[in-house]
Design a protein around this ligand. Structure first.
Ligand code: AMP
Length: 461
């Protein structure tokens, strides 16, 4: 789980990259970094923590002079949450200085690592991203050939921005697991995980980078764009629209907000026999689904929680203790809204089940009469190996319990999950005939598109 951005041909490259990274902060809160090139020697600055804490005026204006920049925000699990693994990674090799920022999860990482170790490679980090730099450093030929041949060796999910001394390169894996978009601000191209990061800094979203596409940008021009590989199947992560992406980002020609509204509308149809006084979202991700639910069901939409925005995402803190504590600080019910009511409570997903159980308990303490819990995606039964941090299968409540068992555990009066067909419809292109085919739904089906072995690397996002 990471956010990436790259900008080229701009005297404010580092400032704009950091502003974009602030917009992508929800994709990772643990570390952030920027690499710059184009003016002086390539330089990388990384640190643990939030973008706004790390990148002050002095660092951006005086310490990171460049006309091109790539940036990265990172989320990891506790074991790997360290400055060593903060990206971008920068190396110096036969092709000059190269830096890379990665969102995704390379599933054949260990196999490639063994191969390059035999050839004498030295590893500084424990993240899968480093193998990319080894592959590039060990390849011969033009930049285009080096990138293409290196990418062809990788399996799994990778959206990348790569920076050389004078070139910005964007790459999206052949399946298009993670998003990557192209935009422009004045004479500068921008590549980013989400369109909102481009638009918020005054740029315009142009298009999605295609699955398998490499795009090479120099001096404000797209020098070349080509497919390093084509896949018969696009597998874009559907969980991006359920939970991960910002609601104002564009995916498949519409905002994520629109998809979430539809998820709520379909949920309302699935639950048309359930009566309640109010529909209430779990902030923030449940908001648009609850709005859609209210529009279709004609049940009153109410906001019954106050959220403390100074507390980060509860899930995003690495240890269970910290998670519990931040969750308590984060949401508080408003008694007048919920007391004595039958409510439909909407959240985007249930993963371990701890958040929902805690919230339902909390609401009961505030005098709620009945809670019908509705979830705007199907039960999560499989771990993600393509870049979303989900716990291993034994910790996924839906992988080990029936819906009725989960309902009992949560203490809800009823529990409804959006069914997969409805989720796909909510997220699809308008009028796309083949819509069922463009999404990765592995976390809901337990079926994976690439070989997932016991040694598949899952600790880098
Ligand atoms: P849980 O307590 O594990 O069931 O957490 C579910 C909550 O975490 C939901 O409210 C989601 O908004 C959020 N969530 C779902 N998936 C993730 C993820 N991969 N990382 C962080 N938060 C998540």
């Amino acid at each position: 789980m990471c956010g990436i951005i790259g900008i080229e041909n701009n005297d404010n490259a580092a400032v704009l990259a950091s502003a974009g990274m602030l917009t992508l902060q929800h994709r990772g809160e643990e570390s952030a970094g920027i690499t710059i090139s184009g003016k002086k020697k390539m330089k990388t600055f990384t640190a643990m923590g939030l973008v706004s804490k790390i990148f002050n005026e002095d660092i951006l204006l005086n310490k990171l002079p460049g006309t091109a920049a790539i940036g990265h925000v990172r989320y990891t699990t506790s074991a790997k949450s360290s400055l060593t693994n903060a990206q971008p990674f920068q190396i110096s090799c036969i092709h000059g200085n190269i830096a890379v920022a990665h969102n995704g999860n390379i599933t054949n990482f260990l196999k490639i690592k063994k191969e390059v170790l035999k050839k004498g490679a030295i590893f500084n980090h424990t993240s899968d991203t480093e193998i990319l730099l080894h592959l590039i450093a060990m390849s011969k030929g033009s930049l285009v050939n080096v990138i293409a041949s290196s990418m062809r060796k990788l399996e799994g999910a990778f959206s990348l921005v790569i920076l050389t001394d004078r070139t910005l390169i964007g790459v999206r894996d052949e399946h298009g697991f993670r998003p990557l978009v192209l935009g422009k601000i004045e004479n500068s191209y921008i590549i980013a995980s989400e369109s909102s990061a481009i638009e918020i800094i005054g740029g315009a979203y142009i298009r999605d980078i295609k699955p398998g596409e490499v795009i090479i940008i120099e001096k404000g021009q797209i020098k070349k764009s080509f497919l390093y590989k084509t896949s018969e199947k696009q597998n874009t992560c559907i969980f991006e629209q359920v939970y991960f992406s910002r609601p104002d980002s564009i995916m498949f020609g519409k905002t994520v907000k629109e998809a979430r509204i539809k998820m709520g509308q379909f949920l309302a149809l699935q639950m048309k026999n359930i009566k309640a006084d109010i529909v209430m979202p779990v902030p923030d991700t449940g908001y648009f689904a609850a709005l859609g639910f209210a529009r279709t069901s004609k049940i009153l939409f109410e906001n019954g929680f106050v959220r403390n925005h100074y507390v980060g995402r509860s899930f995003i803190k690495p240890s269970q203790n910290l998670r519990d504590f931040t969750a308590r600080l984060k949401l508080r019910p408003i008694r007048e809204v919920v007391y004595g009511k039958d409510i439909i409570l909407i959240d985007d997903s249930i993963v371990r089940g701890t958040t929902s159980k805690r919230l339902i308990n909390l609401l009961k303490n505030y005098g709620v009469k009945k809670i019908h819990f509705a979830v705007s995606c199907p039960p999560v039964i499989g771990s993600c190996y393509y870049g979303i941090d989900t716990p291993s299968k034994e910790h996924l409540i839906a992988a080990n319990n029936s819906v009725e068992q989960i309902r009992k555990y949560l203490g809800a009066d009823s529990l409804t999950f959006l069914n997969l067909g409805n989720l796909v419809k909510a997220c699809s292109y308008v009028n796309n005939k083949d819509e069922d085919d463009i999404f990765c739904k592995s976390c809901f089906t337990g079926k994976y598109f690439t070989k997932i072995s016991k040694t598949t690397y899952k600790e880098s996002y």
